[in-house]
Design a protein around this ligand. Sequence first.
Ligand code: SF4
Ligand code: MG
Length: 328
Amino acid sequence: NAPLLEVENLQVEFKVRGKSVPAVRGATFTLEQGRTLAVVGESGSGKSVTSQAIMGIVDDPPGRVTGGEVRLHGIDLLKQDEETRRTVRGNHIAVIFQDALSALNPLWSVGFQIGELFRVHRGSTRAEAKKRAIELLDQVGIPDAKNRVGHYPHQFSGGMRQRVMIAMALALDPEVLIADEPTTALDVTVQAQIMRLLKQIQDERHMGLILITHDLGVVADVADEVAVMYAGEVVERATIRDTFKQPAHPYTKALLRAIPRVDTVGQELEVIRGLPPNPASLPGGCPFHPRCWAAEDKCSTEVPPMIEAAPEHRSRCHFATEVYTNER
Ligand code: SF4
Ligand code: MG
């Protein structure tokens, strides 16, 4: 029985001024049905490009998927033609983005936009489509959905608009929902509400959920597993519990220290020194070494392999085991 979604050794390149620049360099992770996977990393780590590759919406050119597999129920989507991939989008895998306003058409009521999906993909009548749109808006917690269905995107607050986006993504009953920084533009209270909504929907529908975020703190309560990305690679993979309790990669450890906590309010948070590397000129050896507090000589010359620091807990670091056991 194949897992719901497997990404294996995914490679994506972008052409920048005639030069090939790697954006994703061998990303590997698995999403099981009914589970939530957080893909965490700074901007430029390749996390959004990975989700675009899963959706089959990498802009070609300048982007190109150059290797690896994206398997849905064991079937490699990268080998399917564009028509099949179009069917997969929405019906099997759906995505919501950070910016709901730019993803919605300002000239159409939200009910029309959601209803359009039922009319085009399910052959619903206008009346049926409207009824389904109201049901969906109701499910995502929009009060007075019957009335709100006729409203336009600008008539909703940021949080409510994000709910509309979620309703649209759910319309065709996908098995996988990818949420790319879904709450970054929202204030903290609304962030938490949207995260709870996503989690609740994922539970009810038994979907696979991928949460893409730069903020480990936001996903702490909702994710089951985590894949931490750095410079286009997955550098740590584990359950969220193990990752918080015992991170096995120095980068993850640094990310965790940068999460504001109640008991650290007022204190200066430890941020990771330096900037993520330019993908066009990655440092040799471990790409994290110029910023790593645990680096040694060999880190600048030898590429670290993925090491199983503990069962089901992998880290791409020469000293994964020592970091895991806190000896480093
Ligand atoms: Fe740091 Fe070296 Fe591990 Fe890279 S391999 S994360 S530089 S200790
Ligand atoms: Mg992004």
